[in-house]
Structures are given as C-alpha cells and as structure tokens.
Design a protein around this ligand. Sequence first.
Ligand SMILES: [Zn+2]
Length: 409
Amino acid sequence: MISAVAPTRSRYGLPLDVRYCRRCTISNQRPSSTIEFRATAADRKETIHFSDDGLCDACRWFEMKVDIDWVERDRQLRDTCDQFRRTDGRYDVLVPGSGGKDSIYVAHLLKYRYGMHPLTVTWPPMLYTSAGRRNFDAWLASGFANYTLWPDRKVHRLLTQLAFRNLVHPFQPFIIGQRNVAPRIAAMMDIPFIMYGENQAEYGNKISENRRPKMDAAFFTQERDLHNTLLGGVSAHDILRDHKLQPNDLEAYLPIDPAVLERSPIEVHYMSYYVPWHPQEVYYYCVEQTDFLPNDTRTEGSYSKYSSIDDKIDWLHYYTTHAKFGIGRATYDTSQEIRNGDLTRDEGVRLVRRFDGEPPRKHLAAILDYLDMSESTFHDTIDAARPDHLWTTGSDGRWTLRQPIWAAA
Ligand SMILES: [Zn+2]
C-alpha cells in the first residue's frame, strides 16, 4: 500500500502551518526577494526562516548586529570611497532612488560626510503622489543633480496590467526598472560605484546576504534571451509578438547583458552594511537636513506617514501581499519598528489588527483607470490569489484570515 505524505507547503510554496515570530509581527509566510524577470504564477517561493525557538531570521539578524564594529565598518566605507573618489570633476558614485527618505539619506551622507560626488538617478513612480513629487524636489534642492529615466508610459501600463492579471503583482515593472536603472546609467556614464540604502536581507532573506556589502548581480544581469526573460509572467518574446512592440520598447525592463558589465565593471553596495540603519532615524535625518516632509495623512493599510509614500501603486502592492501571504503593510511596518525598539509587540499586534489589509480607497479610481479594469474584476483578481490555508469566507462573503496574529498563541 502506498501511503500519501501530507503536504507541508501550500500555494506559492508557503508553509501550511502559519507561525508568527515571538518577537515581531512577521509570519513564516513572508516570501524572500525574488529575481523578478524569472517569476511565474506557478513559482514556489522561498520564505523567511524561523529558528526552533520561534524567532524570525530578521530578528535573529538584529541580535547578531550588536556584535558589528561600526567604527571598523565606517573605516571600510572610507576606504571604498577613497578607491572610487574622483578629483577631476566627474561624478564618482550613483545613488538610485525616487526621493524617498532612504535615497535622500544615502546621497546626503556620501556627499557631505564622505566627500563624494554623487549623481542621483531615478526610475520614477508610476503614479507620483503629491507628497512623493514634493520630496523628490526637496532631494535635488539639497544639492544633487539627477538623471530620471522616464519609461514609455504606454508600455509601462501594459506591463503593469500583465503583472497584475497574471501574478497579482502590480509593482513588478517598477521593481524591475528600479533594479536596472542604476547599473544601466552607471555603464553609460562610466561611474563604477553605486550605493543603495538598505539591503532587503535585513528583513529576512538569507542572513548570510547581510554579511556582504554588495548586491548579488543576479538581480540585474542575465544573458540576453527574450524567451527566458519574463515580464508579468510572460516571455519578452511573446510580449513583443502579441503587442506588436519593438525590442527597444522593453529595453529598460530587460536585465543587463553581462558583456556590458565586463566592459564597464560596476560595484553595487548597500549603505546599511556600513552604517547602523534605523528607518525612523533616517527619517529624522532627512527632516533635519533637507525639506523632506512626511505625508499629511497615514498611509492606507498602515499607520505610518514617512515610508513608501511616493507612488499611488504602493498601497496596492501591500494590499496584494496581504491577500497572497497574509502580510500587509502594517505587518511590515510594525515588525521593523518592534525590532528597532520603536514599538512593543503588543502595540504592533494591535496596529496589525486595526490596519492590515485595509481596503484601498484613496487612489482606487486612479488605479482602476490605470489597470483599465472594473472594480469587480479588480477584487475578483485579488480574491482569486488568496491561498486556502490563509483565508476563509463567512456566510456574508467577507474574507477573514484563518490564523491571524491576534488569535495566535
Ligand atoms: Zn521577528
């Protein structure tokens, strides 16, 4: 007799047994960063690792960070800057960003503390909020030139629609372009040094990734192959054929050919490797040093006013992560703030219960117009992405989490 082994992983490869970190609010459903141009709807995601005693890797990493010698890290950054600094009037470091607090902070530190000559580059939000646009201007007003690569809006809209329909991941074209823009412009302008802000591994990718100052080039390079480069889950080859586009229409979204980087070697570093990274402190720094301002109102789906406030698509991104993984924006915000000592876990759980998965209203009309979609199709698309092990509906048809953090032991 063949006995079936009960599966332990569900749709998207998520663990069937939902667990919450005992210190923060993150669950074991959190997916790690992926290489977007290979993502398909059938992907099995890697998820955050939990220790046997119930601590998530992000919290474990936070404990390990107390042993980091920040004076030594500062020395390493000074050495790296000395290696790349130019005295002939040319730019020597690229800082990518859209004018959020992280990119303002990094550019400001490099120029005013480390004596570098940064050029800032931007892959702009699809639908800039007024707060986002205002902070972008404040960034440049604090002493920076900027190259912005404006995408073909027709193509970008098409790719956003594909990514939403096929992957329920409307933010994907932004993420792809954002990872490509700096290396692409760095190669064009012969600037071999790029500095990002925070390494996403701080939030629970493999802990070992935090021990390196540099980004894995796999996130932005691949041999040119239109059949095996996916956008919105569809091959670039098929998109060109089906929508009668030319290869140059997709250029900004295609990973960079390794041959380009062989001719123009580039190092991509994270500032969070070199300086202690506390998002609230980064925010305070920006308010003190520049005209950066928080949002007038809290962000829908959370309680925060100062992070990820520049794109109207942003709240939709977190609304979809809440549907797919049970993790909304309030979970991401509180887990980080608990680790940094800005909130207690009890406060965090209450905020998650109150705000996570809040139905989006403010920008809904703009988003539906952008997606060219009716509101009912929009909700049907999101609801179809809810895994059975996370969600159930009552007799009133309302979706509720089966195992929310406030009901967990
Ligand atoms: Zn944790």
